[in-house]
Ligand binder design. Structure first.
Ligand code: ADP
Ligand code: MG
Length: 238
């Protein structure tokens, strides 16, 4: 489960039109990449889906339920940010456990769930460390673990690898895809990096200046770009 449907979404910040009448469907269980240049509105769209920002107009559905006006906590979504957004004063274990506490899951069950997820991201032996004592790649894994443990229908990821060095980024791409295959939920992954988009997604949605330019498989987008912008942005032959 985890289909997202966006209907005629508009977002203005004062007079700036950031999202211009976006309609889009994200397939249940897909790994969909939202690709576009800096400033085109990717983060705004993701934040609206997460409920962290309200649209000016338009509707948003998750699994056919209208969630346009629901609180973030009622959306069965987990978001992974670029800067990890971990709690610096909490251990890895507590960082991952936090969301379960809020949901009032009993202590014993929480422990088991956190242990299982830490094993999954290969951090079992780091559970008592603080974020500051870890590498960038490890911190990113904690952020992932924190999302996975909530078992959301949809994972929203906003350039989660952009703070890592090139080598680690390549490695984390593989790890993310492995994770996706294990959990089988819907992933919506934002990047401005064409290479990343081409190598990771089931579908790519190309955005520019607040509009959707094209949606398709990496192959479709590469071999049959909808317009000049798409062709140039992904470096396809004209
Ligand atoms: P992207 O993630 O694709 O780089 P953003 O969604 O962050 O793009 O931003 C799109 C546009 O909206 C930018 O021009 C940005 O300056 C503007 N914007 C984003 N958030 C706000 C805000 N809270 N207030 C005013 N303008 C904003
Ligand atoms: Mg952004």
């Amino acid at each position: 489960m985890g289909k997202i449907a966006i209907e005629h979404l508009v977002k203005n910040f004062n007079k700036t039109k950031v999202l211009k009448d976006i309609s889009l469907e994200i397939e249940d269980g897909s790994f969909t990449i939202l690709l576009g240049p800096s400033g085109c509105g990717k983060s705004t769209l993701l934040r609206i889906i997460a409920g962290l920002e309200t649209p000016t107009s338009g509707r948003l559905f998750i699994d056919d339920k209208d969630v346009t006006d629901s609180e973030p906590k009622d959306r069965e979504i987990a978001m992974v940010f670029q800067n990890y957004a971990l709690y610096p004063h909490m251990s890895v274990f507590k960082n991952v456990e936090y969301g379960l506490k809020i949901k009032k899951i009993p202590k014993e069950k929480r422990r088991k769930m956190v242990d299982d997820v830490l094993k999954m991201v290969d951090l079992s032996d780091q559970a008592e460390k603080l974020p500051a004592q870890m590498s960038g790649g490890q911190r990113q894994r904690v952020a992932l673990a924190r999302a996975i443990v909530k078992d959301p229908r949809v994972f929203l990821m906003d350039e989660p690898l952009s703070n890592l060095d090139a080598k680690l980024r390549t490695q984390m791409r593989f790890e993310l895809i492995e994770m996706y295959k294990k959990v089988k939920n819907t992933f919506l992954y934002v990047t401005h990096d064409q290479v990343e988009a081409m190598s990771m997604g089931t579908y790519i949605v190309v955005m520019n200046q607040g509009e959707i330019m094209q949606k398709g498989t990496p192959k479709e987008i590469y071999t049959n770009p909808a317009n000049l912008f798409v062709a140039q942005f992904i470096g396809a032959p004209p």
